[in-house]
Design a protein around this ligand. Structure first.
Ligand code: BT5
Length: 258
């Protein structure tokens, strides 16, 4: 009832007490033909939360927001790399507005709280393609997580960043509404990030751009250079010292100090 009446984009919202992973659950429901686009699954607790590349997303029960949404994108499939980036733009903006925390995006899928002298990961995004038609988009946000509960030293939470409000409901609503808005613009532009202002918004929020980075690519290759742009397919463009530019579609980025 929370979103449904006021917000027809979301067709079904379900809160699960405990689940392995909201992404895993929604992927299997989708494969079984048991979920419609616009479904939102929220969990109070995940027993096997997942990150990218087989990594874990861990957070104590009720310390955050863990949810997945089912999309059936109409934009061309080669543009779907933008979906997790759209989610980042939506979430970072919504968190900044509802919780009053300064946020930044680390390419591709980290949401950071950008404090006075440090950046800490307060959220992560995992977008998974199911069959050729659907995308399950999962978002994890650390809300009330305390210092002693942080799963890794680079993590943070809204509460630790001095958030004004840490009620999860209004934060979830704000994130879903912002996502719906950005996703709608992107869809209306047939997935073209430039004409839908998505590219501009992502670039404005992305703290990776302009930095010296080390990129670890999925095959094990490492690239050093400056992150100079995000391209039309959502890839990070890295310029080597020799000025050779290379778009990177997936991988892990380490921000290096200048
Ligand atoms: C991510 O992966 O950051 C994507 C996380 C997506 C989580 C959501 S929760 C709802 C939905 N259901 C799921 O099962 N997943 C999605 P990646 O970029 O691979 O980052 C994972 C790394 O972040 C780990 O290896 C840790 O270093 C770190 N990490 C793990 N838990 C964290 C947390 N709670 N806060 C900050 N960092 C964390």
């Amino acid at each position: 009832a929370l979103l449904h009446e006021e917000n027809p984009f979301w067709t079904h919202l379900e809160v699960l007490e405990s689940v392995t992973s909201t992404n895993t659950e929604l992927v299997s429901r989708t494969r079984a033909g048991e979920a419609r686009p616009g479904t939102v699954l929220v969990a109070e607790e995940q027993t096997a939360g997942r990150g990218r590349l087989g990594r874990a997303w861990s957070a104590p029960a009720k310390s955050g927001l863990f949810f997945s949404v089912l999309l059936r994108p109409h934009a061309p499939a080669e543009r779907w790399g933008w979906i997790p980036l759209l989610a980042g733009v939506a979430a970072a903006g919504a968190l900044a507005r509802t919780a009053g925390v300064d946020t930044g995006l680390k390419w591709p899928n980290d949401i950071l709280a950008t404090g006075a002298d440090e950046e800490r990961k307060i959220g992560g995004i995992l977008a998974e393609r199911v069959d050729g038609e659907h995308v399950v988009l999962g978002i994890g946000l650390n809300v009330t997580l305390r210092e002693e509960e942080l799963p890794v030293p680079t993590a943070g939470s809204l509460a630790l960043a001095g958030a004004q409000g840490t009620d999860r409901d209004p934060i979830l609503r704000a994130v879903l509404r912002a996502f719906e808005d950005w996703y709608g613009r992107w869809t209306a532009a047939d997935g073209d990030p430039a004409s839908s202002d998505v590219l501009e918004a992502y670039a404005a929020g992305c703290v990776t751009l302009g930095r010296s980075v080390r990129a670890m690519l999925p095959g094990g290759e490492e690239l050093l250079g400056e992150a100079v742009a995000v391209d039309g397919d959502g890839r990070l463009v890295i310029a080597s010292e020799q000025g050779v530019q290379r778009p990177v579609a997936a991988g892990d980025i380490v921000h290096l100090r200048p």
